[in-house]
Design a protein around this ligand. Structure first.
Ligand SMILES: [Zn+2]
Length: 352
């Protein structure tokens, strides 16, 4: 089979590698790759900034935003899957100790950092024409999601964000009516989708003035802002902010932009080494005197995959399809790794 592989921490090492077809172990499904979503983490791995090969191997099969079709259940006959099922593979696996969080099924909250991740950290990813997955880490999708099923993994990220926002909100009497999402990339747009499904007043901030992003926001019935965070928060005084850019200044502006009892969820990762002038006292006063919560969120557990599946099923399919701005065959994977300004989600077709 063909696999998209890299030598981690070595820029320019991405290639299509001929590898033996995988053979499923007991409890695993054999899956034919359908499509693979590409995200910022993949670009970082290809750029040599991130990633770990499996122990004892030089190369890592890239890819964690999976979609495939089951071709054999011979090694997992009683797992409830059938040949032809559309499936997505979960990204993270619990650490081997396991820590308390992993033992409780909350491997997204792993406490010791020894978790592994398909296509990122020490386990091969889903960027190949064939792959295997433990049936217990495979999520079956309705056939109607075939064109958009690779959006599951980014949707799990925002499903977890919403799961935790709702848990934080439930700690006291607060009212969540207005939400501001900063950044209209895939994570931001999917966060806005889940906000609109919760019947909140949704605002989305980005920098582009026209084109697909404002259109997709408008189609959710949400308001689009492009004149900076000050204008956006003045206009809506959000109860919840989901920060999806990782732009340091925006993170601090967001922390000061909520109403009383505000909740800020940070999902974007900022580069280190950049210094900002921040009035730390003002941030502290705002947070203490308004009972605000700021929290970070990464990854997702099986519960969030269930939430994501429900969110995609309830979403307008044509809206989801419009998030996918380019599809390229595996043989042209390099095209998928070159980011263009008008990209929202780029997908590699594994069956082409
Ligand atoms: Zn753990």
């Amino acid at each position: 089979m063909k696999a998209l592989t890299v030598i981690p921490l070595q820029a320019g090492s991405a290639e299509l590698t001929d590898m033996p077809d995988p053979s499923p172990a007991d409890g695993e499904l054999l899956v034919e790759g359908v499509a693979l979503g590409v995200c910022g983490t993949d670009i970082e791995i290809v750029g040599g900034e991130y990633g770990w090969a499996p122990p004892g191997e030089e190369r890592l099969v890239l890819g964690h935003e999976s979609l495939g079709r089951v071709v054999s259940v011979d090694t997992a006959p009683d797992a409830g899957f059938s040949v032809g099922d559309l499936v997505v593979g979960v990204v993270r696996r619990p650490d081997p100790v396991p820590c308390g969080a992993c033992a409780a099924g909350q491997f997204d909250m792993c406490l010791n950092g020894r978790y592994t991740e398909r296509g990122i950290k020490e386990i091969h990813g889903y960027g190949s024409s064939m792959w295997t997955v433990e049936a217990s880490y495979a999520v079956r999708l309705d056939p109607s999601l075939e064109s958009v099923g690779m959006l599951m993994e980014p949707t799990t990220i925002v499903a977890k964000a919403w799961d935790h926002i709702e848990k934080i909100a439930a700690r006291a009497y607060t009212e969540q009516r207005r939400v501001l999402v900063t950044g209209a990339g895939p994570i931001g747009l999917l966060a806005a989708l889940l906000a609109s499904q919760r019947e909140l007043e949704v605002h989305v901030l980005d920098v582009v003035e026209s084109g697909l992003k404002p259109e997709l926001v408008a189609e959710l019935g949400a308001k689009y802002h492009h004149n900076g965070v000050a204008e956006a928060v003045t206009g809506c005084k959000p109860d919840v902010i989901i920060e999806a850019t990782g732009v340091g200044q925006l993170v601090f502006d967001a922390m000061q932009g909520t109403g009383s009892g505000g909740i800020v969820c940070l999902t974007g990762v900022s580069p280190t080494g950049r210094h900002l002038d921040v009035d730390a006292g003002a941030v502290n006063r705002e947070m203490v005197l308004e009972n605000d919560v700021v929290f970070g969120s990464v990854n997702a557990n099986l519960h969030h995959y269930e939430m994501a599946r429900e969110a995609l099923m309830a979403a307008d399919r044509s809206w989801l399809e419009r998030l996918i701005t380019r599809r390229v065959p595996l043989s042209s994977f390099q095209d998928a790794l070159d980011r263009r300004d008008d990209d929202v989600k780029v997908v590699i077709d594994l069956s082409a």
